[in-house]
Design a protein around this ligand. Structure first.
Ligand code: HEC
Length: 345
């Protein structure tokens, strides 16, 4: 028992797999699984077998996501971190917070892919010193001392203590509902509505897909029946290379230790991109026009730059404007709060 306890303190991943639960069995939602409907342009939402979304876990996760109770000094919630891009005491982290919209479709979470699931992702910002700076033990204790939360956890998972595993499962269940599709682009390509895009945005789409033009879709994938705008892979574009040509953040390399991953970051989805400035893992580009100009220049040269990144200086000024118009057409319907009715309020 003692050794299990020390493992729990050190290794979050083990804890998340359920070894710290008082009964030693993984916590499972007790309610009926609900269907999360995907909008036009997105595939069905999948989830781990031991965390089917239920109305109770989603509502509890939503409560936790918006509650500053998760941070040590009770000033920062998950929602605020993704909105303001800062943590407690207005500290800025090393990287730009990735968008939470459509994170349900990411195979790996974070810019460097270090978390394999939403469940594994949720608690890291809680303990990150520049984000919420709390300890998981402290958070479990604080939520256990809260009568209302205790009741919500029992309704979601049945009787038992509030554990980090239940906290992470509830937040992940909520995050899976934050999906956004049915954008003008989706209505044009998948809905057969040829009036959904302006002429400029439609030209931009063609440039985006054409390997001899923008060559963007080689990484920001557009499929037959849906588009994730990511290949779920990691690439080095030279973002964050300093004037001496040195990488300032090794990105995926920090996880894999493979040379090919030096300075590589996960291809982000581009859905809703017009709403999520600033851009890139370090937030170094302020507008979509700046992003397009960065690609036209072939990114920033360095020894590990991806072979698909090269100068696009043959794109005319109109082509560049069309690409921006296309990116702006990717703003879809925002997730409908209340799509799943909340039994907690
Ligand atoms: C080799 C793969 C690859 C190609 C080709 C590519 N991208 Fe990207 N894109 C990425 C990666 C990886 C990032 C994140 C890079 C980083 O932060 O270091 C990114 C970031 C972006 C962003 C910022 C998104 C955000 O949320 O910060 C936009 C916008 C974008 N790309 C648009 C385009 C367009 C337009 C093209 C074509 C001109 C293109 N991309 C071509 C892989 C690619």
């Amino acid at each position: 028992m003692m050794s299990r306890f020390s493992v729990c303190v050190g290794a979050v991943m083990l804890v998340l797999s359920g070894s710290c639960n008082s009964t030693n069995k993984p916590a499972r939602p007790i309610g009926a699984a609900v269907e999360i409907k995907s909008p036009l342009g997105l595939p069905p939402v999948t989830f781990p077998a031991d965390n089917p979304p239920t109305a109770e876990t989603i509502a509890l996760g939503r409560l936790l996501f918006f509650d500053p109770i998760l941070s040590l000094d009770r000033t920062v919630s998950c929602a605020m971190g993704h909105d303001r891009q800062t943590g407690m005491g207005n500290k800025a982290g090393r990287r730009n917070a990735p968008t939470i919209l459509n994170a349900a479709f990411n195979q790996l979470q974070f810019w460097d892919g270090r978390a394999a699931s939403l469940e594994a992702q949720t608690l890291e910002p809680v303990t990150n010193p520049v984000e919420m700076a709390h300890s998981l033990e402290g958070l479990e204790r604080r939520l256990s001392d809260d009568m209302a939360y205790n009741a919500f956890f029992e309704r979601a998972f049945g009787p038992g203590k509030v554990t980090r595993e239940k906290i992470s499962k509830a937040i992940a269940a909520y995050e899976r509902t934050l999906i956004s599709g049915n954008s003008p682009f989706d209505r044009y390509l998948y809905g057969g509505d040829k009036t959904a895009l302006s002429a400029s945005a439609a030209r931009g789409l063609a440039i985006f897909r054409d390997p001899t033009q923008g060559n963007c879709a080689v990484c920001h994938s557009i499929g037959e029946n849906y588009a994730l705008f990511t290949d779920n892979k990691f690439h080095n574009l030279g973002v964050g290379v300093d004037s001496a040509g040195e990488l300032t953040d090794l990105g995926r390399f920090e996880v894999t230790r493979q040379d090919a991953d030096r300075g590589a970051f996960k291809t982000p989805t581009l859905r809703g991109v017009a709403l999520t400035a600033p851009y890139m893992h370090d937030g170094s580009l302020r507008t979509l026009k700046e992003v397009v100009d960065f690609y036209v220049g072939g990114g920033t040269f360095n020894a590990f730059r991806d072979k698909e990144i090269k100068s696009l200086d043959y794109l005319s000024v109109r082509d560049r404007t069309d690409l921006v118009a296309f990116l702006e057409s990717l703003t879809g319907e925002l997730p409908q709060e209340g799509r799943v009715t909340s039994p907690l309020r």
